[in-house]
Design a protein around this ligand. Structure first.
Ligand SMILES: Cc1ncc(COP(=O)(O)O)c(C=O)c1O
Length: 416
């Protein structure tokens, strides 16, 4: 009997997003793949015009800091353009060793391991530590790289609804009879809404049930805490967290990621993690830039940058709220009793098309923001994800607020 084989490429043609994308392209309202024509900064050159950048993770603005650029150039001069091999064979240079030492010291952990990207750090840690007989418990808002690591591990997955600690407790109870090791994985700062996980409460529940805890600090490192060490520090929970993941691709002005934790676990990852062993090491320039950015964060300048970032986030948040936009607030309080403020200021629009239209109106008015649609957010929860940098000044933010003022009508139409 003849076999019926479907054309694998058919899904590329009939995918539900293809039609939407075509229509959006025709209307010129695609918010994605826009081309940056200059340096990343508070104002950027994008597709022929200068635009206030409210869509970047370059939170401290260090990508154009002369010291960071110099460190990247020095690293390239010394070690060449690329390492052309895996960390464990021929791709480790002294910058890796220094960076790992610096990060472990910053995080207050015994050791740290540097991966080529943060995505690979999550895949490498979760996919290696967990196996089919183990259980992983994740917040439904966790980053895609965590979920991909979970898929790679083949562990039993017990997800819980975003920030619902009662559901986390239920999952932890159920996991007790699963028979294997249990890992809870959460984002310290959730990437789209910018809300902060209640790490102390999650850690306490995990401990009660004998589970280990890993926190993704991609948006927390270089942003939160007096030392800039992330949400775990800001919430006074560093000692309760077993593994902390971070990336260099946001406030640390480079590319790459890390896992910090106990020496024996890090050493296990160093010899077992496939996303560490079977891929090329970062380019030297990326390592040089990351090391310098970490050092700036840890210097006396770090707290000043963080203060400016926080002040800018509050200014934008207040400005947008005063204009009547629906800004999602986090309301988390840190270990020092102050509100924990992240650079992410999300504006809820709701409808996907309306979000694209508001985005386009802002773009035309000289402001670039990110648009988050399902599945990055819940269905019907389309967001304009704005984010500030420490290097924005009031004039930049006022220009952006003026543009938002001009698109109020469109956003109100979305709110019905
Ligand atoms: C929460 C979170 N985790 C992990 C990553 C992956 O980091 P990287 O960009 O270094 O691959 C990102 C970046 O998008 C992120 O937002």
């Amino acid at each position: 009997m003849a076999q019926t084989v479907t054309d694998l490429f058919e899904k590329a043609r009939s995918h539900e997003r293809v039609e939407i994308l075509r229509a959006a392209r025709e209307q010129g309202v695609i918010p994605y793949y826009r081309v940056l024509e200059g340096e990343a900064g508070p104002v950027v050159r994008m597709e022929g015009a200068d635009r206030v950048m409210l869509g970047s993770n370059n939170y401290l603005g260090l990508t154009r800091d002369p010291r960071v650029k110099r460190a990247a150039m020095d690293a390239m001069e010394r070690y060449g353009t690329a390492l052309t091999g895996s960390r464990f064979l021929n791709g480790t240079i002294p910058l890796h060793v220094e960076l790992e030492r610096e990060i472990a010291d910053w995080m207050g952990t015994e050791d740290a391991l540097v991966f080529t990207t943060g995505y690979q750090a999550n895949l490498g840690a979760i996919g290696t530590l967990l196996g089919p007989t183990d259980t992983v418990i994740c917040d439904s808002g966790d980053h895609a790289s965590i979920m991909d690591g979970v898929a790679m591990s083949h562990a039993k997955v017990r997800p819980f609804r975003h920030n619902r600690l009662d559901k986390l407790a239920t999952m932890l109870e159920r996991a007790e009879s699963d028979g294997g090791g249990v890992l809870v994985v959460v984002d310290g700062v959730f990437s789209m809404e910018g809300d902060v996980c209640d790490v102390p409460a999650v850690a306490s529940l995990a401990r009660q049930h004998g589970a280990r805890l890993m926190v993704d600090e991609a948006h927390g490192v270089g942003v939160l805490g007096a030392r800039g060490a992330g949400a775990c520090e800001a919430l006074g929970a560093e000692a309760e967290v077993d593994l902390r993941m971070g990336t260099f691709s946001k406030s640390l002005a480079s590319c790459g990621g890390f896992i910090a934790g106990a020496a024996d676990v890090i050493d296990f990852l160093r010899t077992q993690s496939r996303t560490y062993m079977f891929t090329a090491a970062s380019v030297p320039a990326a390592l040089g830039a990351a090391l310098e950015a970490v050092r700036i964060c840890r210097s006396a300048e770090g707290p000043e940058l963080l203060d400016r970032l926080r002040a800018n986030a509050l200014y934008l948040e207040r400005g947008l709220s005063d204009l009547g936009f629906r800004v999602i607030e986090t309301g988390t309080v840190g270990a020092d009793g102050d509100a924990v403020v992240t650079p992410v200021v999300p504006v809820l629009i709701g409808d996907d098309w309306q979000a694209a239209l508001v985005w386009k109106a802002l773009w035309d008015a000289g402001v670039y923001v990110n648009v988050a649609l399902y599945p990055a957010v819940e269905r019907g929860g389309a967001l304009l994800r704005t984010s500030v940098m420490a290097t924005h000044d009031r004039d930049h933010l006022d220009r952006a607020l003026e543009a938002f003022d001009g698109v109020r009508g469109l956003a109100e139409a979305a709110a019905g």
